[in-house]
Write a new protein. Structure first.
Length: 193
């Protein structure tokens, strides 16, 4: 008989709920968020297994880890729920969604020929966001002293010193540090590209 497993994942522990094909709640346990412990917990469940967990920081790792232990591992974007929430209820809801096939919005987590490209694109996007964040902070620093660099002129490495020199002496250090961060991030962003 097939078993449907909902896994509510947190940094330190995961709550695992097992439901039968008829919807009967068979088992519930808290397992350490550790690869060996999670594999051991799944191996202790008899019969064919299908696992469902929510999209999150650890979902790609868990997908890769658990797909050898179950017939199917589903990463999902859960539907909004109202009412009381706790780890056991969340895990049970995931198991039931998997069993009934309702409210499952699958998120692709398979590894394959494009997994390296996906990781590289993610790094590129994070660095791009970091560059924009630092530029916004620098713009705010210059504006706070009534300085408005035209067209991002202060962000060009050749013009850094001139723009820092326009700030009062006691306010220069913050601009220097952020400009150094910007230079480093732009170099890394270029490498990521």
């Amino acid at each position: 008989m097939e078993r449907y497993i909902g896994l509510d994942v947190h940094a330190e522990s995961c709550t695992l709920v097992v439901v039968s094909g008829t919807g009967k709640h068979l088992r519930q346990e808290v397992v350490e968020t550790n690869g060996a412990a999670l594999k051991q917990a799944l191996r202790a469940i008899p019969g064919p297994k299908r696992v469902c967990l929510e999209e999150g920081t650890q979902s790609a790792w868990l997908y890769e880890l658990l797909r050898g232990e179950a017939e199917d591992v589903v990463v999902t974007m859960p539907a909004k729920r109202s009412g009381s929430r706790d780890d056991a209820r969340d895990a049970a809801a995931l198991a039931e969604s998997l069993r009934s096939g309702t409210n499952l919005r699958r998120v692709y987590k398979g590894v394959g020929p494009y997994s390296e490209l996906r990781a590289a694109a993610r790094s590129y996007g994070m660095l791009r966001s970091d560059v924009q964040r630092v530029k916004s902070r620098l713009t705010a620093i210059f504006r706070s002293r009534g300085l408005m660099p035209p067209g991002g002129e202060a962000f060009h490495e050749q013009k850094h010193e001139a723009w820092v020199a326009r700030r009062p002496k006691e306010h220069r250090r913050s601009a220097e540090v952020l400009l150094a961060e910007l230079d480093t991030l732009e170099t890394l962003w270029g490498q990521a590209e």
